[in-house]
Structure formats: structure tokens, C-alpha cells
Design a protein around this ligand. Structure first.
Ligand code: NDP
Length: 388
């Protein structure tokens, strides 16, 4: 039996992972399941999958979690340190699906045990790509991408020489506002932004799809994950969300990964890698689909894409600053303290304030430095939003 843990089990990726595990329950021993505020779901899943331990990130919810698990023999724990402790429990395969920078410490702890980390938490790669990949290498573990675009690139690169790659194209649906007139964007509400045309995902990533902050994170993730030169990474809007990414080679060939917008494909690929197992995803009828369309990704509509290029140029801890400022701006947008188009302005201003000679963004990429950069960026973004 394979020992597996799921961090962020109560979220959209976590629930899709559980869907796959539950279909073949006898093959797995579930070690740790973790969640945030949804302890009812966490306890239910821990009972169903007979997990060894359930951990909530919120310490105030520990009594509730304990109560729900009483009599089951399943351990309960809470807090950020408990998440890291749970990640240190030996497991063969660990799903990293916490949302935000909070996913980094447990992911690193899992990699230190030599586990295979299935990485949905793109923020880990954006904030600390070299640290994540270096930790995997140092401890004999592996990182497998779960983001559909990166899973697609990973699959297109199997057996290929990276030196023969001419370009990597990642697609974007364009999110909720791809057809809105530009002048209307400033009035967009969180409810409107959280409605995705194709994918069923968590609230935060859905809003990030509308602003393309999600795609910006993915561009940086592509550079960090595969070591691809930023100049070779392109974004193309593909409203149907059927082609997830394409890799172009120096002989002119373009290898595309095509599949329905269902995260169970990328999760299942990472779960069964290096084999391919049958997965419960729709098989595409190309004739019924008829056509795929593409559009340029306009940086006026989606300034987050331009900011991602700046971050890749600057390097160091600027990814951690970018992500943290984006998280604070997103919080403010969700709470209706700032408008939709303000988010990119806040992130840009934060990046401007923290860069320059002697800035902390040029310090080494360690967990402590990432935490410091993250904290500093959050405080700076909050200050900017107070002033605006
Ligand atoms: P959700 O918001 O649906 O779920 C997030 C999970 O993280 C939940 O289990 C949540 O707990 C938990 N959580 C929230 N805050 C914290 C915290 N501070 N500490 C620990 N746990 C926390 O997100 P998604 O599943 O949509 O996304 C998860 C990650 O996967 C993100 O990084 C996202 O970018 C990435 N991803 C998602 C895709 C998708 O299709 N959804 C596609 C590709 C990547 P609770 O709900 O109990 O509060």
C-alpha cells in the first residue's frame, strides 16, 4: 500500500484528489489530511479514508475537530507547526494543495523526508522555486506538477532534450472578464470575478484567473519548474480550455496536451506517474467540439502578465514579494476594499517600493528570507492600500 498525505484536503484540488483515492481505497494508506476552516469536511474525509491524523490550520478549531473525531482513533492537531509536523510523517506521495504561501513550509518538510511532492500549490514555486527543487534533489525526492499547464508541459517533455525547446506556450481561458469592455473592469465585483467560464475551482484562484494573476504565477512557475528561459514562455488566450499547454521544438514541431478541463487528469497523472492508469475523465469528441480558438493575451487588460516578466527579470525573492502583495490585494478585493483593477496597481507599487540596491529581495532564497520578504510585502501592500 502506498502511504499518502493530502495537504489542503478540504479544497477543490484536495477533494478531487480524494475522489481518485476513494475509488481505489485498498491501494492507499492515508497518513495525514489537512484543512483550514472546514473541519466538518476534514473530519468526514479523515473518517472515510481512515487517516492517521487530521490537522486544521486554525488552532481555534481544534476542539471542534477533536469532537468530530472522538472514538475513531484518528489523531487531531492544529496550527502551522502541526502542519509541518504532519508533513514530516513518512509518506510516499504528498499532495500539496494548500492555497497561498502557507503551502511552502509543509511542502518543504515533506520533501525533506524524500517523498514525492505532487505540487498544486504554485505559490511554493513562485516564492521559492530553487529552494523547492533543491530540497527535492538533496533528499532524493521528486516534485511533480499538478497545475494543468505544467502537467501538460511535463508530459510534452517526456523523452525530450530541453535544449531542443524553442518555446513553451501556456494557455489561459481569459477568466470571467475576457470579453468585458476595458472601461467596465474597474467596477467588476468579487462575485462576478469568481464565476469561471470553464473550470470549477476555489474562489481565490478563480478570481486570479479573471485578473490573470493566476497565469502570471504560472509563467513564473514554468520558469522555475523546468528551468525555461523566460523569453521562451508565451501566454495565449484559449477560451475553450481544452489545450492546456504546447511545447515547440527547434524542428518546428508543436506538441500540445489536449484534455477536458478536469483537474483529475493532472492529479491522476501525478498520482500514478510514471505509469498511466485509467482515469474517470471525459473523453473528448473532437468532431463535436468542432474548433479551438486562440487570441493574444493583452497586457493592458491583464497587467499581471507584464509584472510576471518583471519578476522573472529581477529574480531573487521578488516572486515572494509579488505573491504576497497579490494575496493582500486579493483579500482587499474580496472584502470590497479595493476595485478589481486596483489589484495590479497595488502589486506593482509594492514591487517598486521593495526593489533597488540593497533590498531584501536580493537575499538568498531560504525559508526564513522568504518569510521575511512575504511579511514585508504584505505590510507594504497594506500601507499602499491605506494611502490610495
Ligand atoms: P481552495 O481554496 O479550494 O482550497 C484551499 C485549501 O487550503 C483548503 O483545504 C483550505 O482549507 C486550505 N487552507 C486555506 N488557508 C490555509 C492556511 N493558511 N493554512 C493551511 N491550509 C489552508 O483552493 P484550490 O484547491 O482551488 O487551490 C489549491 C492550490 O492549488 C492553490 O495553490 C491553487 O493555485 C492550486 N491550483 C488549483 C487548481 C484548481 O483547479 N482548483 C488548479 C491548479 C492549481 P479550508 O477550505 O478548510 O479553509
Amino acid at each position: 500500500m502506498r502511504r499518502i498525505s493530502i495537504f489542503g484536503a478540504t479544497g477543490s484540488i484536495g477533494q478531487n484528489t480524494i475522489d481518485l483515492i476513494a475509488r481505489d481505497f485498498a491501494a492507499y494508506q492515508v497518513v495525514a489530511l489537512t484543512g483550514g476552516r472546514n473541519v466538518a469536511q476534514l473530519a468526514e474525509d479523515a473518517r472515510q479514508l481512515r487517516a492517521e491524523i487530521a490537522v486544521t490550520a486554525d488552532e481555534a478549531l481544534l476542539p471542534d475537530l477533536r469532537e468530530r473525531l472522538s472514538g475513531t482513533g484518528i489523531e487531531a492537531a492544529a496550527g502551522a507547526e502541526a502542519l509541518v509536523e504532519a508533513a514530516r510523517r513518512p509518506a510516499d506521495w504528498v499532495m500539496s494543495a494548500i492555497v497561498g504561501a502557507a503551502g511552502l513550509p509543509p511542502g518543504l518538510a515533506a520533501l525533506e523526508t524524500g517523498a514525492t511532492l505532487a505540487l498544486a500549490n504554485k505559490e511554493s514555486m513562485v516564492c521559492a522555486g530553487p529552494l523547492v527543487m533543491g530540497t527535492a534533489k538533496a533528499h532524493g525526492g521528486a516534485v511533480l506538477p499538478v497545475d494543468s499547464e505544467h502537467s501538460a508541459v511535463f508530459q510534452a517533455l517526456i523523452g525530450e532534450d530541453l535544449a531542443a525547446v524553442e518555446r513553451v506556450i501556456i494557455t489561459a481561458s481569459g477568466g470571467a472578464f475576457r470579453d468585458w469592455p476595458l472601461e467596465k473592469l474597474a467596477e467588476a465585483t468579487p462575485e462576478q470575478a469568481a464565476t469561471h467560464p470553464n473550470w470549477d475551482m476555489g474562489q481565490r484562484i478563480t478570481i486570479d484567473s479573471a485578473s490573470m494573476f493566476n497565469k502570471a504565477l504560472e509563467v513564473i512557475e514554468t520558469k522555475e519548474f523546468f528551468g525555461i528561459d523566460p523569453e521562451l514562455i508565451e501566454v495565449v488566450v484559449h477560451p475553450e480550455s481544452m489545450i492546456h499547454a504546447l511545447v515547440g521544438f527547434r524542428d518546428g514541431a508543436l506538441m500540445a496536451h489536449v484534455g477536458p478541463p478536469d483537474m483529475r487528469h493532472a492529479i491522476g497523472f501525478a498520482l500514478h506517474h510514471p505509469q498511466r492508469q485509467e482515469l474517470p475523465v471525459e473523453r473528448l469528441d473532437l468532431v463535436k467540439l468542432g474548433q479551438f480558438t486562440f487570441r493574444a493575451a493583452c497586457e493592458t487588460r491583464w497587467p499581471a502578465l507584464r509584472l510576471a516578466r518583471e519578476v522573472m527579470r529581477t529574480g531573487g525573492l521578488s516572486g515572494a514579494v509579488f505573491n504576497a502583495a497579490k494575496e493582500r490585494a486579493l483579500d482587499a478585493f474580496i472584502e470590497k476594499r479595493i476595485g478589481f483593477t486596483r489589484m495590479a496597481a497595488v502589486v506593482e507599487e509594492t514591487l517598486n517600493r521593495v526593489s533597488g540596491e540593497g533590498s531584501l529581495i536580493h537575499a538568498g532564497i531560504t525559508l526564513d528570507n522568504v518569510r521575511e520578504a512575504d511579511h514585508f510585502a504584505r505590510v507594504t501592500a497594506d500601507e499602499i492600500m491605506k494611502q490610495q
